[in-house]
Design a protein around this ligand. Structure first.
Ligand code: GUN
Length: 304
């Protein structure tokens, strides 16, 4: 039986730490760290994510605002909004929720946020600093994965770590963070010829592909740590008998359930540590976004 890495508990610990520091900042400086989120259009998933970010801000005592822009805005409209926020003394973190509508130049938008307020860590300056091992704002999910490993007492130095998935948001930054911790890192992606060859000897296996059941029990090393970043919604019609039984109450109440990229029921008995889905990596993303906002605020206020 593996040890379950509890993302709810670890993210709650981090949020408590942030809350305490925020109280101290408000007491000494009289200013709350502030996060501004730009939400373009009506994407239902984006609305939920942004609302959760807002709730996270409330929990730790940050000021926060969501700037809603209609689906048909131009790149220039979004740039004008970012320019205002760049100059606003009460805004320490700026985040543009992705995906953006097609007519908007995403790269132009992300590069318009000043790197000091880029709490998503998507600006090329922050990405470059991560490569150069300079202090910077790091993408939240990647940073959250490192926190899950470290706070579970898992050794990174000298370990064999395999990252499955090479996205800008998770895979690439996560491999750099692991490398900075002196892990030996392998990156796999959709063109990798023999995935199992790279996963079966990994002490740490991180999977972020969006492919349910990608990782089977014969692909993992005994006693290893498995971090599952995938979030896949499976409806009752598509579920196999094992999943129907395991997630019976989800199917009865919601008609669907959420699973990761790892075949959890088969893999869990073999490994040493594993993150559940939901309740593993998911809750860490908001905690680390809040930590990035706190860091940006402290720098802009001259505290660090
Ligand atoms: N959409 C999905 N994930 C993210 C994220 O981490 N940041 C932003 N801004 N948008 C997203």
């Amino acid at each position: 039986m593996a040890i379950l890495i509890d993302g709810n508990k670890i993210s709650s610990d981090i949020k408590n730490e942030i809350k305490q520091e925020t109280e101290e900042i408000v007491r000494t400086k009289g200013i709350k760290p502030g996060l501004s989120v730009i939400l373009v259009g009506e994407n239902p998933a984006s609305k939920v994510y942004v609302s959760n970010k807002q709730k996270g801000c409330d929990e730790v005592g940050f000021a926060s605002e969501t700037i809603k822009m209609p689906e048909n805005v131009t790149t220039e409209d979004v740039l004008a909004q970012i320019d205002k926020l760049n100059k606003d003394k009460n805004t320490h973190g700026i985040l543009v929720q992705l995906p953006l509508p097609q007519q908007i130049d995403k790269n132009k938008v992300l590069e318009a946020i000043i790197p000091e307020k880029d709490v998503d860590g998507f600006h090329p300056v922050n990405m470059g600093k991560l490569v150069a091992q300079q202090d910077c704002l790091v993408p939240a999910t990647a940073a959250g994965i490192i926190q899950l490993l470290k706070r579970s007492g898992i050794n990174l130095k000298g370990s064999n770590a395999t990252m499955v998935g090479h996205s800008e948001i998770v895979g690439k930054p996560c491999t750099l963070l692991l490398l900075n911790e002196w892990a030996t890192v392998t990156i796999c992606h959709i063109e990798t010829r023999d995935l199992k060859m790279h996963t079966k000897d990994a002490d740490i296996l991180i999977v972020a592909t969006g492919v349910p059941y990608l990782i089977k029990e014969d692909m993992v090393k005994e006693g290893s740590a498995v971090i599952d970043v995938g979030i896949n919604r499976i409806t009752k019609e598509k579920a196999n008998p094992d999943l129907l039984e395991w997630r019976k109450s989800d199917f009865e109440t919601k008609g669907a359930t959420l699973i990761g990229d790892v075949d959890f029921l088969k893999v869990e008995p073999k490994v040493g540590y594993i993150t559940p889905v939901p309740g593993g990596v998911g809750p860490m993303t908001i905690a680390m976004l809040l930590l990035n906002t706190l860091k940006a605020a402290k720098k802009l206020m001259g505290i660090i």
